[in-house]
Design a protein around this ligand. Structure first.
Ligand code: ADP
Ligand code: MG
Length: 294
Protein backbone atom coordinates (compact mmCIF):
# COMPACT_ATOMS: atom_id res chain seq x y z
CA UNK A 1 0.00 0.00 0.00
CA UNK A 2 1.07 3.61 -0.53
CA UNK A 3 1.67 5.36 2.74
CA UNK A 4 -0.85 8.14 3.58
CA UNK A 5 0.76 11.59 3.16
CA UNK A 6 0.76 12.46 6.89
CA UNK A 7 2.49 9.17 7.77
CA UNK A 8 5.07 9.70 5.02
CA UNK A 9 5.60 13.18 6.45
CA UNK A 10 6.19 11.69 9.94
CA UNK A 11 8.78 9.33 8.48
CA UNK A 12 10.33 12.26 6.63
CA UNK A 13 10.40 14.39 9.79
CA UNK A 14 12.16 11.49 11.50
CA UNK A 15 14.85 11.56 8.83
CA UNK A 16 15.26 15.28 9.54
CA UNK A 17 15.76 14.40 13.23
CA UNK A 18 12.34 15.36 14.55
CA UNK A 19 10.11 12.89 16.41
CA UNK A 20 6.50 13.84 15.64
CA UNK A 21 4.24 12.00 18.09
CA UNK A 22 1.14 11.48 15.92
CA UNK A 23 -0.51 12.13 12.56
CA UNK A 24 -2.73 14.72 14.27
CA UNK A 25 0.40 16.63 15.36
CA UNK A 26 1.92 16.29 11.90
CA UNK A 27 -1.21 17.94 10.53
CA UNK A 28 -1.36 20.70 13.17
CA UNK A 29 2.23 21.76 12.45
CA UNK A 30 1.12 22.97 9.04
CA UNK A 31 -1.61 25.18 10.53
CA UNK A 32 0.89 27.18 12.59
CA UNK A 33 1.03 30.90 11.74
CA UNK A 34 3.02 32.27 14.70
CA UNK A 35 5.99 31.05 16.74
CA UNK A 36 7.23 31.67 20.29
CA UNK A 37 10.81 30.66 21.09
CA UNK A 38 12.38 30.10 24.50
CA UNK A 39 15.88 31.53 24.94
CA UNK A 40 18.13 29.41 27.17
CA UNK A 41 18.65 25.98 25.63
CA UNK A 42 16.47 26.77 22.61
CA UNK A 43 17.97 29.79 20.80
CA UNK A 44 21.18 29.22 22.74
CA UNK A 45 23.15 25.98 22.88
CA UNK A 46 22.13 25.20 26.44
CA UNK A 47 25.68 24.57 27.58
CA UNK A 48 26.33 27.85 29.41
CA UNK A 49 29.59 28.58 31.20
CA UNK A 50 30.38 30.60 34.31
CA UNK A 51 32.36 33.64 33.15
CA UNK A 52 32.38 35.75 36.34
CA UNK A 53 32.63 34.88 40.03
CA UNK A 54 32.02 37.96 42.18
CA UNK A 55 31.92 37.56 45.95
CA UNK A 56 30.38 40.66 47.54
CA UNK A 57 32.61 42.81 49.73
CA UNK A 58 31.77 42.05 53.36
CA UNK A 59 30.43 38.57 52.59
CA UNK A 60 33.47 37.13 54.33
CA UNK A 61 34.25 34.58 51.62
CA UNK A 62 36.34 34.44 48.47
CA UNK A 63 35.65 33.15 44.97
CA UNK A 64 36.22 29.51 45.92
CA UNK A 65 33.82 29.59 48.85
CA UNK A 66 31.15 31.30 46.75
CA UNK A 67 31.46 28.66 44.02
CA UNK A 68 31.37 25.80 46.53
CA UNK A 69 28.15 27.06 48.16
CA UNK A 70 26.47 27.68 44.80
CA UNK A 71 27.61 24.43 43.19
CA UNK A 72 26.67 22.27 46.19
CA UNK A 73 23.16 23.78 46.17
CA UNK A 74 22.84 23.42 42.38
CA UNK A 75 24.19 19.87 42.22
CA UNK A 76 20.78 18.09 42.26
CA UNK A 77 19.26 20.45 39.63
CA UNK A 78 18.90 19.49 35.96
CA UNK A 79 18.83 23.16 34.81
CA UNK A 80 21.58 24.11 32.29
CA UNK A 81 22.67 26.98 34.56
CA UNK A 82 23.05 24.54 37.45
CA UNK A 83 25.31 22.33 35.36
CA UNK A 84 27.41 25.37 34.46
CA UNK A 85 27.91 26.23 38.15
CA UNK A 86 28.83 22.64 39.08
CA UNK A 87 31.26 22.40 36.15
CA UNK A 88 32.94 25.67 37.18
CA UNK A 89 33.52 24.34 40.69
CA UNK A 90 34.86 21.02 39.33
CA UNK A 91 37.18 22.85 36.92
CA UNK A 92 38.78 24.55 39.91
CA UNK A 93 39.15 21.22 41.69
CA UNK A 94 36.79 22.21 44.49
CA UNK A 95 35.22 19.48 46.65
CA UNK A 96 31.46 19.85 47.02
CA UNK A 97 29.66 19.12 50.29
CA UNK A 98 26.39 17.19 49.95
CA UNK A 99 23.33 19.46 49.97
CA UNK A 100 20.21 18.68 52.00
CA UNK A 101 16.57 19.83 51.67
CA UNK A 102 16.95 20.67 47.97
CA UNK A 103 14.06 22.53 46.34
CA UNK A 104 13.78 23.92 42.83
CA UNK A 105 11.39 26.58 41.51
CA UNK A 106 11.18 26.85 37.70
CA UNK A 107 12.11 30.32 36.47
CA UNK A 108 13.45 31.32 39.90
CA UNK A 109 16.24 29.04 41.09
CA UNK A 110 17.08 26.53 43.82
CA UNK A 111 17.43 26.35 47.60
CA UNK A 112 19.34 23.85 49.76
CA UNK A 113 21.12 23.50 53.07
CA UNK A 114 24.91 23.37 52.63
CA UNK A 115 27.19 22.89 55.65
CA UNK A 116 24.31 24.01 57.88
CA UNK A 117 23.73 27.24 55.92
CA UNK A 118 20.52 27.95 54.03
CA UNK A 119 21.58 28.70 50.46
CA UNK A 120 19.46 30.13 47.65
CA UNK A 121 20.74 30.49 44.06
CA UNK A 122 18.81 32.15 41.25
CA UNK A 123 17.22 35.28 39.74
CA UNK A 124 18.43 38.23 41.85
CA UNK A 125 15.11 40.12 41.93
CA UNK A 126 13.14 36.99 42.87
CA UNK A 127 15.43 36.01 45.75
CA UNK A 128 15.83 39.47 47.34
CA UNK A 129 13.61 42.45 46.66
CA UNK A 130 15.67 45.29 48.19
CA UNK A 131 16.59 47.55 45.27
CA UNK A 132 19.56 49.03 47.13
CA UNK A 133 21.07 45.70 48.15
CA UNK A 134 24.80 45.33 47.60
CA UNK A 135 24.42 42.88 44.73
CA UNK A 136 22.18 44.90 42.39
CA UNK A 137 24.94 47.00 40.79
CA UNK A 138 27.08 43.91 40.23
CA UNK A 139 24.15 42.02 38.67
CA UNK A 140 23.19 44.98 36.42
CA UNK A 141 26.80 45.27 35.24
CA UNK A 142 26.91 41.58 34.29
CA UNK A 143 23.49 41.74 32.57
CA UNK A 144 24.53 44.79 30.53
CA UNK A 145 27.35 42.58 29.23
CA UNK A 146 24.77 40.03 28.03
CA UNK A 147 25.32 37.66 30.96
CA UNK A 148 22.74 35.92 33.09
CA UNK A 149 23.39 37.15 36.63
CA UNK A 150 22.77 34.50 39.28
CA UNK A 151 22.60 35.62 42.90
CA UNK A 152 23.84 33.49 45.80
CA UNK A 153 22.19 34.10 49.18
CA UNK A 154 23.38 32.52 52.45
CA UNK A 155 21.10 32.64 55.53
CA UNK A 156 19.17 35.54 54.00
CA UNK A 157 22.15 37.71 53.06
CA UNK A 158 23.55 38.16 49.52
CA UNK A 159 27.10 36.73 49.37
CA UNK A 160 27.93 36.95 45.68
CA UNK A 161 26.88 37.01 42.05
CA UNK A 162 27.85 34.63 39.25
CA UNK A 163 27.89 35.72 35.60
CA UNK A 164 26.89 32.99 33.15
CA UNK A 165 27.01 33.13 29.36
CA UNK A 166 25.69 30.83 26.68
CA UNK A 167 26.43 30.78 22.97
CA UNK A 168 23.83 31.37 20.32
CA UNK A 169 23.13 28.22 18.31
CA UNK A 170 24.89 28.39 14.92
CA UNK A 171 21.53 28.02 13.12
CA UNK A 172 19.53 30.42 15.36
CA UNK A 173 19.57 33.45 13.06
CA UNK A 174 18.79 31.44 9.92
CA UNK A 175 15.95 29.64 11.74
CA UNK A 176 14.38 32.91 12.88
CA UNK A 177 14.59 34.16 9.27
CA UNK A 178 12.95 30.97 7.92
CA UNK A 179 10.16 31.11 10.51
CA UNK A 180 9.60 34.78 9.70
CA UNK A 181 9.28 33.91 6.01
CA UNK A 182 6.91 30.97 6.72
CA UNK A 183 4.53 32.87 9.03
CA UNK A 184 4.86 36.39 7.65
CA UNK A 185 6.20 37.89 10.88
CA UNK A 186 9.10 37.41 13.27
CA UNK A 187 8.76 34.96 16.22
CA UNK A 188 8.25 36.13 19.81
CA UNK A 189 10.96 35.52 22.42
CA UNK A 190 9.58 34.19 25.73
CA UNK A 191 12.21 33.82 28.42
CA UNK A 192 12.67 33.58 32.15
CA UNK A 193 16.02 35.33 31.81
CA UNK A 194 16.60 39.02 32.48
CA UNK A 195 15.32 41.71 30.04
CA UNK A 196 18.81 43.07 29.28
CA UNK A 197 20.34 39.76 28.19
CA UNK A 198 17.10 38.87 26.36
CA UNK A 199 17.02 42.16 24.39
CA UNK A 200 20.64 41.77 23.40
CA UNK A 201 20.17 38.28 22.04
CA UNK A 202 16.85 39.15 20.34
CA UNK A 203 18.49 42.00 18.41
CA UNK A 204 21.23 39.62 17.29
CA UNK A 205 18.79 37.11 15.73
CA UNK A 206 16.16 39.52 14.36
CA UNK A 207 13.42 39.32 17.00
CA UNK A 208 11.62 42.47 18.18
CA UNK A 209 8.78 41.07 20.33
CA UNK A 210 10.59 40.18 23.57
CA UNK A 211 8.89 38.94 26.76
CA UNK A 212 11.48 38.51 29.53
CA UNK A 213 11.53 37.68 33.24
CA UNK A 214 8.67 35.23 32.75
CA UNK A 215 7.68 32.52 35.19
CA UNK A 216 6.20 29.31 33.70
CA UNK A 217 2.62 30.62 34.18
CA UNK A 218 3.61 33.94 32.53
CA UNK A 219 4.72 31.97 29.46
CA UNK A 220 1.24 30.38 29.39
CA UNK A 221 -0.32 33.86 29.64
CA UNK A 222 1.83 35.00 26.70
CA UNK A 223 0.65 31.97 24.69
CA UNK A 224 -3.00 32.76 25.49
CA UNK A 225 -2.55 36.41 24.55
CA UNK A 226 -0.96 35.58 21.20
CA UNK A 227 -3.62 32.95 20.44
CA UNK A 228 -6.44 35.32 21.41
CA UNK A 229 -5.18 37.56 18.62
CA UNK A 230 -6.28 34.70 16.34
CA UNK A 231 -2.90 33.00 15.96
CA UNK A 232 -2.18 29.31 15.88
CA UNK A 233 0.98 29.31 17.93
CA UNK A 234 3.95 26.98 17.81
CA UNK A 235 6.01 27.06 21.05
CA UNK A 236 9.59 25.74 21.04
CA UNK A 237 11.25 25.16 24.43
CA UNK A 238 13.47 22.87 26.45
CA UNK A 239 12.89 23.37 30.15
CA UNK A 240 10.58 22.31 32.97
CA UNK A 241 9.62 26.00 32.90
CA UNK A 242 8.41 25.63 29.30
CA UNK A 243 6.20 22.57 29.87
CA UNK A 244 2.96 24.46 30.70
CA UNK A 245 3.40 26.71 27.64
CA UNK A 246 4.20 23.70 25.41
CA UNK A 247 0.95 22.11 26.61
CA UNK A 248 -1.15 25.30 26.27
CA UNK A 249 -0.08 26.19 22.73
CA UNK A 250 -1.68 24.93 19.52
CA UNK A 251 1.54 22.93 18.98
CA UNK A 252 4.65 22.44 21.17
CA UNK A 253 8.11 21.24 20.16
CA UNK A 254 10.82 20.35 22.72
CA UNK A 255 14.58 20.40 22.25
CA UNK A 256 15.56 16.77 22.84
CA UNK A 257 19.26 16.64 23.65
CA UNK A 258 19.37 18.84 26.74
CA UNK A 259 15.62 19.13 27.24
CA UNK A 260 14.02 18.23 30.57
CA UNK A 261 12.00 14.99 30.73
CA UNK A 262 8.84 16.99 31.48
CA UNK A 263 9.25 19.12 28.35
CA UNK A 264 9.87 16.02 26.20
CA UNK A 265 6.76 14.30 27.57
CA UNK A 266 4.53 17.38 27.27
CA UNK A 267 5.55 18.46 23.80
CA UNK A 268 3.79 17.27 20.63
CA UNK A 269 7.12 16.73 18.88
CA UNK A 270 10.77 16.40 19.92
CA UNK A 271 13.88 17.62 18.11
CA UNK A 272 16.18 14.63 18.43
CA UNK A 273 19.16 15.80 16.36
CA UNK A 274 19.56 19.10 18.23
CA UNK A 275 19.23 21.34 15.19
CA UNK A 276 16.87 24.30 15.54
CA UNK A 277 16.63 24.61 11.75
CA UNK A 278 14.49 21.44 11.73
CA UNK A 279 11.57 23.51 13.14
CA UNK A 280 10.80 25.42 9.93
CA UNK A 281 11.60 22.21 7.99
CA UNK A 282 8.81 20.21 9.70
CA UNK A 283 6.31 23.06 9.35
CA UNK A 284 7.03 23.08 5.61
CA UNK A 285 6.77 19.25 5.49
CA UNK A 286 3.37 19.40 7.15
CA UNK A 287 2.09 22.04 4.77
CA UNK A 288 3.11 19.88 1.81
CA UNK A 289 1.48 16.75 3.30
CA UNK A 290 -1.74 18.66 4.02
CA UNK A 291 -1.95 19.80 0.43
CA UNK A 292 -1.80 16.12 -0.61
CA UNK A 293 -4.45 15.09 1.94
CA UNK A 294 -6.99 17.74 1.00
P1 ADP B 1 14.61 30.39 29.89
O1 ADP B 1 13.15 30.71 29.85
O2 ADP B 1 15.44 31.45 29.20
O3 ADP B 1 14.95 29.02 29.35
P2 ADP B 1 14.46 29.64 32.70
O4 ADP B 1 13.00 29.97 32.91
O5 ADP B 1 14.85 28.21 32.70
O6 ADP B 1 15.06 30.40 31.41
O7 ADP B 1 15.24 30.38 33.84
C1 ADP B 1 14.98 31.73 34.03
C2 ADP B 1 15.96 32.30 34.97
O8 ADP B 1 15.78 31.68 36.25
C3 ADP B 1 17.39 32.04 34.60
O9 ADP B 1 17.88 33.00 33.71
C4 ADP B 1 18.06 32.09 35.95
O10 ADP B 1 18.33 33.44 36.27
C5 ADP B 1 17.02 31.55 36.88
N1 ADP B 1 17.20 30.13 37.21
C6 ADP B 1 16.37 29.11 36.92
N2 ADP B 1 16.84 27.96 37.38
C7 ADP B 1 18.03 28.23 37.94
C8 ADP B 1 19.03 27.45 38.60
N3 ADP B 1 18.93 26.12 38.76
N4 ADP B 1 20.12 28.10 39.04
C9 ADP B 1 20.26 29.43 38.88
N5 ADP B 1 19.36 30.21 38.29
C10 ADP B 1 18.26 29.63 37.84
MG1 MG C 1 15.04 27.10 28.36
Amino acid sequence: ATMPPLLSAIANAGRHGVLVKSAVVMERLGQVDAVALDKTGTLTEGTPRVTDVRPLPGSGGGEAELLVLAAAAEHPSEHPLARAVVDAARARGLALPVAEDFTSTPGVGVTATVDGRKIAVGVPARLLSGAEDAHTAVAADLEDGGRTAVLVVADGAPVGVLGIADRLRPDATATVASLTALTGHAPTLVTGDNPRAAARLAAEVGITDVRAGLLPQDKVAAVRELEQAGRRLLVVGDGVNDAPALAAAHTGIAMGRAGSDLALETADAVIVRDELATVPAVVALSRRARRLVV
